[in-house]
Design a protein. Structure first.
Length: 336
């Protein structure tokens, strides 16, 4: 019972591998955030230890149930501690993994180590893990997940079998939500678009209505900042810059929300509202689309992309964000 939505080609590939008992010793599961990377990793961990005679992973046997409940002693998830000041997986953690990998499984057939956001490994940690990947014990399975595989050492990537998850077409995701989660077609269509085809995010939004409320509040703030003066925008950039120092991913999410917003303004302006992601902000989008010219919107999208690229190159966050706020138009209508 594979829980990952869509991606039938991957499921068929893994089923064929399991039928021949030829699971690789290491997998690299890549894809955008919220596409089901951890879900697939846990499903593979279940498949490696499932005791069902057929249809692995069954999701019902004691091994599968303990893994999915986070109680299996042979399945370990490695990630950056939330309280860590440096958002990286350190070499001490990998050393501990190496030690545990040398031990025989305690309750299952395989010891499985799932490394979340593997691109966050320090260089020393990545090199230490590489040694184990080059000569893996027979009873050990490594599963690395990453939204930015280019941040991983090429040598680490080359030692893993790559599995790619993608954002699903809206209609495919909506159909899967209706079929497998019992969501109404109307809600499923809305969730698929709000989640931009990311199955994991769609499931989160369906299960936690407050996330929709928080998202709506964030959208309204983006809309307000799009029309605010520089003083208010600079106060906002201070908040985002502080978030960047705490957690880069949090700041990236904020900027990607801006990017999606301006993209949607462009779509509304050009008369293709059917492709808008932020369908719950349509009235706000229509109002702002009337205030800006197409060239202003395109310039804003380019400025946002350049800022994201600059932050990836370790530019000063506050300076980069302040330059962005000065580059964005301030709610005045201009005529082309």
């Amino acid at each position: 019972m594979w829980r990952v939505l869509g991606h039938s080609h991957l499921v068929k590939q893994l089923d064929a591998t399991l039928a021949r008992n030829l699971l690789a010793h290491a997998y690299l599961v890549v894809g955008p955030p919220h596409t089901g990377k951890l879900t697939l990793a846990l499903d593979i961990a279940c498949a490696a230890n499932c005791v069902a005679e057929s249809g692995r992973p069954c999701g019902q046997c004691p091994q599968c149930r303990r893994i999915l409940a986070g109680q299996h002693t042979d399945v370990l998830i490695i990630s950056v501690p939330k309280e860590a000041s440096r958002k990286e997986i350190r070499i001490e953690t990998v050393r501990d993994v190496e030690h545990q990998a040398s031990l025989m499984p305690f309750e299952g057939r395989s010891r499985v180590f799932i490394v979340e956001e593997a691109e966050r490994m320090s260089l020393e940690a990545a090199n230490a893990l590489l040694k184990t990947l080059e000569e893996p014990p027979e009873h050990v399975l490594f599963i690395l997940t990453s939204a930015r595989e280019e941040g991983l050492l090429p040598t680490v990537r080359s030692r893993c079998q790559r599995l790619e998850l993608r954002c699903l077409p809206y209609d495919v995701l909506a159909e899967a939500l209706v079929r497998e989660r019992g969501v109404s077609l109307e809600d499923a269509s809305k969730l698929a678009r709000l989640a931009r085809g990311c199955a994991g995010l769609a499931l989160q939004l369906a299960a936690q209505p407050r996330l929709l409320e928080e998202r709506r509040a964030a959208l309204e703030r983006v809309a307000r900042m799009s029309e605010a003066g520089l003083a208010e925008r600079f106060r906002y950039t201070g908040e985002v810059a502080s978030a960047f120092y705490r957690d880069r991913e949090e700041a990236r999410v904020a900027l990607h929300l801006w990017l999606q917003w301006w993209r949607d303004i462009l779509l509304v302006r050009e008369g293709v509202s059917s492709h808008v992601h932020n369908v719950d902000g349509m009235e706000l989008l229509k109002g702002q689309a009337a205030r800006y010219t197409t060239s202003q919107v395109l310039d804003s999208i380019e400025a946002l992309r350049n800022t994201l690229d600059a932050l990836e190159r370790n530019a000063n966050p506050r300076l980069a964000l302040e330059n962005l706020m000065m580059a964005l138009p301030i709610g005045r209508t201009r005529h082309e």
